[in-house]
Design a protein around this ligand. Structure first.
Ligand code: HEM
Length: 482
């Protein structure tokens, strides 16, 4: 009663036939135009409310944050991850304690401070090496960026990085890629809509096996950590968690080794595809808007001059670069439907009644292109983030990390990664759309995150202007020649 309007509901299927399974984003937009910024859908027998537009998303996720910050608990994805970890944890003490722990830990490790920067810069050296080896040639950057994002989060979690053919990382990536596909596909939909099928040996069982495989791999790492850790002198996130377990003694509240296993996998999953897909989108646009890339080069050269390292602080002197990176995130639209929320109690919203346990889909994509919020909603244009004086400004509608109590926990880390990687690479290289590549395709492959279609980029070392750069360039060029 008084539930938001929506398309007709079929028995068992609900309104699922309204959505194209391979990419429902256009359907979400079509339904928004027909039923308004707050409308309902039935995913099988499960009621859901889709919320679009800045005003409504803010009202739900911020103003009524405690009513709207739950997570659904009886879906395929919960059973697959056994409801440990933080991403799918309900709005409860376990979530609160673990979220606070991660934020404090990452801050102490330098979330916004130098040591986190060093971890990121260390990984950037590997990207630079790869690009230098390909000077004058073309390469496909997908694996390179994926590996870099994965390694940065591995450095934070486990204090180590991995070559891409390493068994550990290959298996983790395989498990998550397969599970992301199963979670977004028809088997998960069937699992969620018709509870009886859950007991049948259908392909979704593979997802449970994959989670077990990933858990066992991480548990092996914990064994190693326990052998070498020094209590009170943590090297990484896992050590910090063990210190926390020691500190809590018998009264561990929600902290446990099982929880850590899924938590580590959660953070790795959340921090890899998101960041790497944003980077891929960034370089796709920078190559095809050479005048924007050229302006980035000019600002970087002017601000950094012959400073050897790129620091995160330098962003405050680079309004244009900041605008470009934010614009990349706006068009990348990496997590278009956020992570699904759930109402924690019966609540009133925009004149509608929404019962406790209703699935909430924050349609972030609608805000990132909302008419009236942006100067150029449908263009790639850094002016969206610059005022008339050329200063960087961030409109309220910039919410690729979502908003409210559930806002992305890795936002600080992700922003630092994007700035350091993009600026360091643009400082050293020019990225060119290959002559034989045809027209660029800006459409995305739909999944838990949006991925740009595969592309190649041509690498050209820039004519270097400062001494530190010349020295560095000569050494690496010489090494390559040798
Ligand atoms: C460009 C990169 C990234 C984007 C666009 C992004 C976006 C998002 C979004 C939209 C959500 C859902 C928020 C909600 O439920 O309302 C989220 C949640 C989350 N993100 Fe990110 N993210 C990024 C990078 C990262 C990184 C690097 C980490 C790892 C440290 C991370 C960890 C998480 C976690 C743990 C959550 C769940 C938070 C909770 O449920 O309380 N993310 N992210």
């Amino acid at each position: 009663k008084n539930f938001p309007p929506g398309p007709p509901i079929l028995p068992l299927l609900g309104s699922i036939l309204e959505l194209a399974l391979d990419n429902p984003l256009q359907d979400f937009e079509r339904l928004r135009k027909k039923y308004g910024n707050v409308y309902s859908l039935f995913l099988g027998t499960r009621p859901a409310v889709v919320i679009s537009g800045l005003k409504n998303i803010k009202e739900a996720l911020v103003t009524k944050g405690s009513d709207f910050s739950g997570r659904p608990q009886d879906m395929f994805v919960n059973d697959a991850i056994k409801t440990n970890g933080v991403i799918m944890q309900d709005y409860n003490l376990v979530w609160k304690e673990h979220r606070r722990f991660a934020l404090t830990t990452m801050r102490n490790f330098g979330m916004g401070k130098t040591s986190m920067e060093d971890r990121i810069r260390g990984e950037i050296e590997y990207i630079v090496n790869t690009l230098e080896k390909n000077n004058g040639k073309t390469l496909s950057p997908h694996l390179m960026f994926h590996n870099a994002a994965s390694n940065i989060i591995c450095q934070v979690l486990f204090g180590t990085r991995y070559e891409y053919d390493d068994h550990f990382i290959r298996e983790i990536v395989r498990c998550f890629t397969e599970n992301a596909k199963i979670s977004n596909g028809p088997w998960a939909m069937l699992y969620d809509s018709i509870p009886l099928v859950r007991y049948l040996p259908l392909p979704f069982k593979n997802a449970f096996k994959n989670v077990e495989t990933a858990e066992n791999l991480v548990k092996d790492l914990f064994v190693e950590h326990k052998k070498t850790r020094m209590s009170g002198d943590p090297r990484d996130f896992v050590d910090c968690y063990f210190d926390e377990l020691d500190k809590r003694g018998k009264d561990r509240s929600s902290f446990s080794e099982n929880m850590l296993t899924m938590y580590a996998l959660d953070l790795h999953f959340a921090g890899t595809d998101t960041t790497s897909n944003t980077l891929l989108t960034g370089f796709l646009y920078l190559m095809n808007y050479p005048h924007i890339q050229e302006r980035c080069h000019q600002e970087i050269d002017k601000v950094l001059q012959d400073n050897e390292t790129v620091t995160y602080d330098a962003r405050n002197q680079m309004p244009y670069m900041q605008a470009v990176i934010h614009e990349v995130q706006r068009v990348a639209n990496t997590v278009p439907l956020s992570v699904f929320h759930c109402t924690t109690k019966d609540t009133e919203f925009m004149g509608y009644s929404i019962p406790k346990g209703t699935l909430i889909i924050p349609h972030l994509a609608s805000v990132l292109k909302e008419e009236g919020q942006w100067k150029f909603p449908n263009e790639f244009n850094p002016d969206n983030f610059l005022n008339d004086d050329g200063e960087f400004v961030k409109p309220e509608a910039f919410m690729p990390f979502s908003t409210g109590p559930r806002v992305c926990l890795g936002e600080g880390l992700a922003r630092m990664e994007l700035f350091l990687i993009i600026v360091t690479l643009l400082r050293k290289f020019k990225f060119i759309w290959p002559e034989d590549a045809g027209e660029p395709d800006y459409t995305f492959i739909f999944g838990a995150t949006l991925t740009p279609k595969p592309y190649r980029m041509k690498i050209q070392l820039r004519k270097v202007t400062c001494l530190a750069h010349i020295m560095n360039w000569s050494r690496t060029t010489l090494e390559t020649e040798l």
